[in-house]
Each structure stands twice: as C-alpha cells, then as structure tokens.
Design a protein around this ligand. Structure first.
Ligand code: HEC
Length: 99
C-alpha cells in the first residue's frame, strides 16, 4: 500500500504544471486573440501572417519563446507573446498542431 501511494505521488508530481504537456482544448480558448491574424482554424487570410495549423508544437513553442525574449524580432508578434506563460505557449502549440 505504501509503495502504491508513493507511485501515485510520483505520478502526481509528473503531471504537475512544470511538466505538463500542452492541452489543445485550453489552447483553443486561448487562441481567440490569435485568430484575428492567424485565422479561426489556423489558416491565415493575409499574406504576411503565417499559417499555424498543423505546425509542429515544439517549433511553435520555441518561436513564441523567441518572440517573448526578443531573440526573434517582430513588432506585431512580440506584444502577442509577451503576456504568454510557458503553459499558455504549450497549450496554444498543442491546439495549432492538432489542426
Ligand atoms: C496582429 C496580428 C497577429 C496576432 C494577433 C498574432 N500574431 Fe502570430 N504572427 C503575426 C505575424 C505578422 C507573424 C510573422 C512574424 C515574422 O515575420 O517574424 C506571426 C508569427 C507567429 C508565429 C511564428 C510562425 C512561424 O512559422 O515561424 C507563431 C508561432 C505565432 N505567430 C503565434 C501566435 C499566437 C499563439 C498568437 C496568439 C497569442 C498570435 N500569434 C497572435 C501576427 C499576429
């Protein structure tokens, strides 16, 4: 029994936010603001706004982090990435990767 509880505690730790993979459902809700430029289904209607549907989740996360850190410089995207937490980025990435 004690062993089982330890295993359960370890599992709970593994699913704690720091390790949480993106949640596409949560990402869909968070993507409302992104849809204005990147399209409701992640397909943009404007030439200078890239499509995000089907993009690899890890790439989306890395680009959002780069915008936030100022390593990737874009006047439009930087303020979009600024308020996002790591979890927001993971969720958004999971959502767009799922489309
Ligand atoms: C006002 C328009 C606008 C909004 C709103 C917007 N973006 Fe963007 N996004 C852009 C533009 C423009 C680029 C291209 C930037 C560049 O040329 O470097 C871009 C690029 C990106 C990229 C990189 C794509 C690639 O192929 O490298 C990601 C990822 C991204 N946006 C995610 C998001 C997310 C997530 C949101 C919502 C939180 C969002 N964007 C909101 C305009 C927007």
């Amino acid at each position: 029994m004690k062993k089982l509880m330890t295993a359960a505690a370890a599992l709970a730790l593994l699913s704690a936010p720091a390790f949480a993979a993106g949640d596409a459902e949560a990402g869909k809700a968070k993507a409302a603001v992104c849809a204005a430029c990147h399209g409701a289904e992640g397909i943009s209607a404007v030439e200078i706004y890239p499509n995000l549907a089907g993009q690899k989740a890890a790439y989306i996360v890395s680009q959002l982090k780069a915008f936030k850190a100022g390593e990737r410089n874009n006047a439009i995207m930087a303020p979009m990435a600024m308020p996002l937490s790591d979890q927001d980025m993971e969720d958004l990435a999971a959502y767009y990767a799922s489309l």
